[in-house]
Design a protein. Structure first.
Length: 282
């Protein structure tokens, strides 16, 4: 039975291939043959209605963000000041002045924590801890090798900071207030970009309009909740361990954290079921 079915399937496949070839534009190659589009392009359909709907959704979210910028800035500032007081961190914490918001320059609070001096003994302790962690990373099992590589990459960044603070401890030019200010504005910029990132990626697929709105809304809510918690934890870590931690926090645990969350939520959204999409793919 299998031997009889195989010759029947081959002509049908050839007919389908010829039909697709007739529908697709053909270009001659350097040998005079025909170059057909890749099979992924055969199924690429971008109806104008879908693109128009996605553009309207992106514009609507951008308008909402522009109208709510002052509210976002006030909420973030209040959360950060509350965390500084709840954690008992010494310093000066001031809310941003009202009415100073502009779309690409979020007003941020002044978070000026009084940091401890990073002495030679504390820097040497960081170096010893980095050496121990580097050695322990080699003892991890093979299944944990990705975590070991990530740990050692973080240790290399921290080792550079240790060398800097050993050689030039008084020349570190970045205060904690500018670290928090830049981080909050990066999160705000990412919130502004998110609807347009989804327009160029998620909105192109045949998901329902409510699913597109839901994914962008959930992503913006995630970024809104994450930002004050992330940088309150940065302030606490820098106060406890010293300014020597700021390069590591900025490079690995700064904007990388919300970006990873955005990618994870996008993957979750791509797994959503949509009857229209299933019918189209079938």
């Amino acid at each position: 039975m299998m031997q009889n079915a195989q010759p029947q399937a081959q002509p049908h496949a050839q007919v389908q291939a010829q039909a697709r070839a007739q529908r697709q534009p053909q270009r001659p190659d350097h040998r005079g043959g025909l170059v057909l589009p890749h099979r992924s392009i055969w199924s690429l359909r971008l109806p104008k209605r879908r693109l128009g709907c996605g553009l309207l959704i992106a514009l609507a979210f951008t308008l909402l963000l522009a109208l709510g910028e002052q509210a976002v800035a006030t909420a973030w500032a209040q959360q950060l000041v509350w965390w500084m007081q709840a954690l008992g961190l010494p310093g000066q914490f001031t809310l941003p002045p009202a009415g100073t918001a502009s779309l690409f320059s979020l007003p941020v609070p002044l978070i000026d924590v009084q940091l401890r001096d990073v002495g030679m003994l504390a820097t040497a302790t960081h170096g010893l801890a980095a050496v121990v962690l580097w050695a322990l990373a080699g003892w991890l099992p093979d299944s944990a090798k990705p975590a070991a590589y990530l740990l050692r990459f973080a240790l290399l960044i921290h080792a550079a900071a240790i060398v800097y603070f050993l050689c030039w401890p008084a020349r570190f030019p970045h205060p904690l207030s500018s670290h928090i200010e830049g981080g909050l504005r990066q999160c705000w910029s990412l919130m502004l970009v998110t609807p347009w990132l989804h327009l160029c990626t998620y909105y192109l697929f045949p998901f329902a309009a409510w699913q597109r709105v839901a994914l962008t809304a959930v992503t913006l809510l995630f970024l809104f909740v994450l930002a004050p918690l992330q940088f309150a934890s940065h302030a606490a870590l820098v106060y406890l361990l010293g300014a020597i931690m700021m390069p590591l926090l900025f490079l690995l645990f700064g904007v990388m954290v919300p970006l990873l969350g955005l990618v994870a939520l996008y993957g979750w959204g791509m797994s959503w079921h949509d009857p229209a999409r299933s019918a189209q793919e079938g």
